[in-house]
Design a protein around this ligand. Sequence first.
Ligand code: AMP
Length: 395
Amino acid sequence: MEFSELNLPDYLVSTVAGLGYEKPTFIQEKAIPVLLSGKDVIAQSETGSGKTAAFALPIISKATPGQGVQCLVLAPTRELAEQVAFEFRRLSRNKKLAIAAVYGGVDIEPQISALRRSEIIVATPGRMLDHLSRRTADFRRLQFLVLDEADKMFEMGFIDDVRSIIKTLPRERQTMLFSATIGPEVRSISSDYMKAPHMLRANPYVDKGALKQLYYDVRPQDKFSLLLHLISEEKPGLSIVFCATRSRVDTVTRNLTANRINAVAIHGGHTQAKRNSVMRDVRTGKVHILVATDVAARGLDIRNVSHVFNYDIPKTSVEYVHRIGRTARAGKSGKAISILAEADHENFRHVMEDRSLGIQRQPVPSFRRVAFIMPKRDFSRNFPRRIVAGYSRRR
Ligand code: AMP
């Protein structure tokens, strides 16, 4: 199918062509006609599926410049809010719409004036509620509500905030909910606040032909050395190394840097400015190894990821699929490599319960052992001290 067959106005068809979008993605093909018809939609989809344009294009086509706030998008993280606002701005370049991104951790004043002059608001729930209690947002002319990455938003504890926000909105509106998984909270929001929603399922986002999934099982003290070995052997392009906690992210990043690997950390403990600068470095190719927690990585629009390394194994196959879904996108190939040690076995068993995944065990190659420097508080939790000491001696 072509964009020109979707009943979008011509200026939007030329905008997407100008952005190099050759054909609509699966979710765009399915969602755009339904959204243009004015129906509520629940779409199972995630970052990388083209979901932002799937809701943004119909909204842009219907919004009118100078008529107040007509659309509110709620997103779980600041990064996602920025990315969605960015995509809206690119797609509305042929129409004079103002788009404001509204999230916490930054000065509220500029947001207040942006809220007054924008037609489209992309916000995180906490800061949006803040604005509502200050009466700095006027939603009387709102026509569209989008709940983006709804499952993540609820997983992060925003369900009550989302409900409080929805209660302030006009009932006559079109509501769109995008979520990777459709759980009980998504269902309860849809039954409380949506009108006969049309359900859309995205096609499976793990393309097994393009994505190789491997795992290695090693001694805990060999994890980092194997990661380093694989990075030097695989010569990956843009990669994400997933760790379980913020402190693990910091420690692994520090050790990679100490071994002359150009890696940066991204997690929820960073300031917005730092996160923005990390994302800039990734986008401009300055950095190609990103070490991240699930929460920080979720929703980031990072394209062309060649490798996902699971330095810690996620607790569920759903989270695993989220991680590996970052690579092998849009027909490109990718690799997802899990590095297990004893502490990961239980989580890995849960991941493997999804038998459709097809993760292949690999023989452990020989590799050079390197020291792994840990902050003091991590010593007792991860290894007995003597192992680490013995380890460094070998270097
Ligand atoms: P999303 O799933 O909305 O996060 O989109 C992922 C990326 O794909 C974004 O950077 C979009 O700019 C890009 N994109 C969206 N739709 C298309 C399309 N039809 N063709 C090519 N790229 C697209």
